[in-house]
Design a protein around this ligand. Structure first.
Ligand code: ADP
Length: 160
């Protein structure tokens, strides 16, 4: 397999995301991590902050060739990048319905683009950026869930 896109909000990047990237690295020659510039979603971190945190966390992984943002349709971005596949993580049955619908819609929009689902190690199946933000907001310890820089950035956001 050649190039794959791993899209998401990454608000912020967690060990669950990094687990998926690690698994994808064994299958792909190159991975582009793409932060969705989605105005519909209220995020805690800016696009630039999210990109920087992902870059720092993946700097040792030579398969991660780019961390960037994208606007518009994912299939258009994937085509422009020359990617063959989209990578998504599946944590639980609850992810399935939404992911299934998106994958089939993306296939309709571009039949040449495949979606690959990867499951994280069991201990990360309960992990989401949303729950990590909730813990950090209440000043809980998130060091088991996110890389050091993300934990520090969360502490700064919620220090007031
Ligand atoms: P989105 O807003 O697109 O769901 P996220 O940044 O939350 O973006 O997630 C991006 C992708 O990573 C999604 O496919 C999501 O299911 C997956 N993902 C998020 N957290 C985990 C985790 N703990 N384990 C495996 N996959 C995950």
């Amino acid at each position: 397999m050649q190039k794959a896109i791993y899209p998401g909000s990454f608000d912020p990047v967690t060990f669950g995301h990094l687990d998926v990237i690690q698994r994808a690295s064994r299958l792909c020659d190159a991975i582009v991590v793409a932060v969705a510039n989605n105005d519909g979603k209220k995020s805690l971190f800016t696009i630039e902050e999210r990109i920087e945190l992902i870059q720092e966390a993946t700097s040792g992984n030579e398969k991660v060739v780019e961390v960037t943002s994208f606007d518009g349709l994912l299939v258009d971005f994937a085509r422009a990048q020359g990617a063959l596949a989209i990578v998504r993580g599946l944590r639980a049955i609850s992810d399935f319905e939404f992911e299934f619908q998106m994958a089939l819609m993306n296939r309709k929009l571009d039949p040449t683009l495949e979606t690959i689902f990867l499951m994280p190690t069991e201990e990360y199946t309960y992990l989401s950026s949303r729950i990590v933000k909730e813990i950090a907001r209440l000043h809980g310890d998130v060091s088991a869930f996110v890389p050091k820089a993300a934990a520090a950035a969360l502490a700064t956001k919620f220090s007031a």
